[in-house]
Write a protein that binds this ligand. Structure first.
Ligand code: SF4
Ligand code: SF4
Length: 91
């Protein structure tokens, strides 16, 4: 599932415009119904060929709200990515 946003998201909107492939939607468009931002795993490319680190996680002001999910078959995976549920950016 690429990267995903966990329930510590504070809906600050810092990530949404940073995504180069428009994989992120806000709480109003979250298909799970949760009141947090959401990453479409079938769109997220882990920022491969765009940035050195996932731009959403770099922009996020929280500690560890954007975490690694499973690698999606047929989608790019960032070299050196963390394991599932690990924060994309560790403080
Ligand atoms: S890792 Fe990159 S492609 Fe994936 S949601 Fe974040 S900004 Fe978008
Ligand atoms: S930047 Fe982080 S806290 Fe803000 S909306 Fe995105 S995932 Fe949520």
């Amino acid at each position: 599932m690429a990267v995903y946003i966990n329930d510590t998201c504070i809906n600050c909107a810092a990530c949404i415009d940073e995504c180069p492939v428009e994989a992120i939607v806000d709480e109003d468009d979250n298909p799970t119904g949760e009141e947090i931002y959401y990453v479409y795993a079938d769109k997220c490319v882990e920022c491969v060929d765009h940035f050195d680190v996932p731009a959403c996680a770099e922009a996020c002001p929280t500690e560890g709200c954007i975490v690694w999910g499973d690698v999606v078959d047929g989608m790019p995976a960032m070299e050196g990515r963390g394991a599932k549920d690990e924060p994309v950016i560790e403080d």
